[in-house]
Design a protein around this ligand. Sequence first.
Ligand SMILES: C[S@@+](CC[C@H](N)C(=O)[O-])C[C@H]1O[C@@H](n2cnc3c(N)ncnc32)[C@H](O)[C@@H]1O
Length: 293
Amino acid sequence: MSHHHDDTHGTDPTHMDWDELTPLLERGAELQQPLYAQAAAWIGEQLPAAAVRRVLDIGSGPGVITCLLAEAFPHAEVVAVDSTPALLDRAMARAERRGLGDRVRTHTAEMPGGMDDLGDADLIWAGNSVHHLGDQRAALTGLARRLRPGGMLAVVEGGLQPRHLPRDIGIGRPGLESRIDAASGDWFEEMRGALPDTKAEVEDWRALLAEAGLAPSATRSFLLDIPAPVTVVVREQLVSAFTWQRKALAGRLSDDDAAVLDRLLDPDDEEGFMRRPDCFLLAARTVHTARRG
Ligand SMILES: C[S@@+](CC[C@H](N)C(=O)[O-])C[C@H]1O[C@@H](n2cnc3c(N)ncnc32)[C@H](O)[C@@H]1O
């Protein structure tokens, strides 16, 4: 899905404005680096590094994970593929800062149409991006076709909704995050419903990978555990993430919960994310891998 299609999305809360999300995505991925470094190392155990010459990172966003993949596969050219040029600029700048500028490339493409021009690869990583494509089955089939014999497709989808607060935070009705998750689930369904060529799909990733002509190999979840008390950087990320959710979920939360969110977002409120002692970042991401025979 792209913000370039038309400009009628201004007030549609399920439309993703990726440019606006750049700082949130970039800092979010930076905080999750330990988790993704583990995931990349795990992929490295399944594929001999010397045999991995070309990697595609589909929906790379700001390239944090692209760079981790380039570090995990030192013989590979790694291509960050995304529909948002501003995010690819961030990816290239990061690669250059990390001394990876000679092996990291960027490629602007809108999936699924842009899939045919990607060239082939030994490893294709699609992190939190397949769910932004209307026809997930067709997307996986298209990506599977880009794999060289013996190559691997790794899809990051599912896992657990992240947690940032205790159940009872001392203000409002306990269970705020569970209610936000429920509202986000409805939002997600509506977001998917508005994608071009959207298709309902049973999200059995192993079955979908098998139907794409691949042999599912392994599924594993990786944990991010940043306990309280957290740094200012984590606090700022919580503020950004919940500010975005407050907007996206407008009308889906009760007035009481919205009021509690406002207090959490207020930098001067002692109960707010910037000052409260008990906020944290706990997340789990699931990676599904499959091989081409
Ligand atoms: C949730 S972000 C994931 C970023 C990164 N892979 C990560 O895991 O942190 C989804 C990314 O997919 C890109 N994207 C969304 N729809 C796309 C499409 N149709 N074609 C190409 N990229 C797309 C967005 O620009 C965004 O960078």
